[in-house]
Design a protein around this ligand. Structure first.
Ligand code: CAA
Length: 383
């Protein structure tokens, strides 16, 4: 068994790290404070080919494998988790939907520009009254001739305020439960689409999030993804992709906090010795290092399983669950090592704590990941 990255993965890692250090490091703290969307950085990510990492070159992407995706995600997240989630949603929740479920016409119209980073995608699943129980959505799509009329509201839409293209899930037949849900792709500027105010969040403050409402929005039948009633499967299969990306985001945040804690522990002296010489601090370092390495292996495993084709639901859920809980543990431990200084904006570690927290919530809470892991595990035993 070979745990080493390939030469290509290593050079992509260096490329992503150099980009993050040069372009994101100088702005990360400020855009977090002001809640400013990193427009320029996102444009440059597109130029690097990082907005459509897995998409075939013929559709504007970089045609790289899932391991390349997580390696790049970790490096971007290590410096700016807000920029990273913008990138992750565009890659996993928007581009991949069209790659996997779109028609040729839909790919030509929406995918190419999104994979090049010229347009930005968002994924509209959650609603005010339908979060973890995604199948209970109320947004409706009624067929009228050759188009659908959409009414409803979606919330917590990452990239929403800046999006050009929306992947939308709506109920076409409420009597069929999850089998009554249908997926669509549409222009965010369509008549009747109203982009709500940007949320003022605890963390990932430079990523833009909002509610989007739909009033009598006409969507041509040609913009339906697959058949009516297939939308829930599109949503769930897509979240399998997304959850690997969020796991890698959590890993990058944890890695950043860990590095920061180690340098602080070496340099800070108390009781005539550096913090790193105290056994209590060493135990913290050991726990952080172990959990980070375990997360990285689980994430690489999930990416590898994805590259084999077939369902990788359980592996992406395990990776997300473990990596996001690790990120919360590591960032809090890192802050503890920094003491009072860690509680101020003089150091980045307080930002890492705030940024890590959402990884246990979005794209399925830790409780939902446990539910998914348990139900997949039980199916394996029964099967
Ligand atoms: N791939 C393909 N199909 C899948 C699937 C997957 N991963 N998971 C489920 N399905 C299929 C099932 O096979 C089943 O098909 P049949 O009806 O043909 O048998 C169907 O979907 C229903 O599956 P379940 O019975 O398991 O569905 P459920 O209603 O019991 O619940 C759930 C499933 C796991 C709880 C699901 O609702 C879920 O994941 N909820 C969390 C939603 C979520 O993650 N939301 C985050 C939104 S995105 C976001 O955070 C915003 C952002 O912008 C970042």
């Amino acid at each position: 068994m070979d745990f080493a990255l390939t030469d290509e993965h290593r050079s992509l890692q260096t490329l992503a790290r150099d980009f993050a250090e040069k372009e994101l490091r100088p702005i990360a703290r400020q855009i977090d404070l002001s809640g400013t969307f990193p427009q320029e950085a996102v444009k440059k990510l597109g130029e690097l080919g990082f907005m459509g990492i897995s998409i075939p070159e013929s559709y504007g992407g970089s045609e790289l494998d899932p391991v390349a995706y997580v390696v790049i995600m970790e490096e971007i997240s290590r410096v700016c988790a807000s920029t990273a989630v913008t990138m992750s949603v565009n890659n996993s929740l928007a581009c991949e939907v069209l790659k996997n479920f779109g028609t040729e016409e839909q790919k030509q119209k929406f995918l190419i520009s999104m994979a090049k980073g010229e347009t930005l995608g968002a994924y509209c699943l959650t609603e005010p009254m339908s979060g973890s129980d995604a199948a209970t959505m109320k947004t409706s799509a009624k067929k009228e001739g050759d188009h659908y009329v959409i009414n409803g509201a979606k919330n917590w839409i990452t990239n929403g305020p800046d999006a050009d293209t929306l992947i939308l899930f709506a109920m076409t037949d409420p009597t069929q439960g999850n089998r009554g849900i249908t997926a669509f792709v549409l222009d965010a500027k369509s008549e009747g689409v109203e982009i709500g105010a940007k949320e003022n969040k605890l963390g990932i403050r430079a990523s833009s999030t909002c509610t989007i409402s739909f009033t009598d929005v006409k969507v041509p039948e040609s913009q339906r993804l697959r058949e009516e009633g297939f939308g829930f499967k599109v949503a769930m299969a897509t979240l399998d992709n997304g959850r690997i990306g969020i796991a890698a985001q959590a890993l990058g945040i944890a890695q950043a906090a860990y590095e920061s804690a180690l340098s602080y522990a070496k340099e800070r002296k108390q009781f005539d010795q550096s913090l790193a010489e105290f056994q209590g601090i060493r135990w913290m370092i050991a726990d952080m290092a172990s959990r980070i390495e375990a997360s990285r292996l689980l994430i690489y495993q999930a990416a590898y399983k994805k590259s084999l084709g077939g369902r990788f639901t359980k592996y992406s859920a395990i990776a997300k669950l473990f990596a996001s809980e690790t990120a919360s543990f590591v960032t809090n431990t890192a802050l503890q090592i920094h003491g009072g200084y860690g509680y101020t904006k003089e150091y980045d570690v307080e930002r890492f704590v705030r940024d890590a927290r959402i990884c246990e919530i979005y794209e399925g809470t830790s409780e939902i990941q446990r539910l998914v892991i348990a139900s997949q595990s039980l199916k394996e035993i029964q099967g």
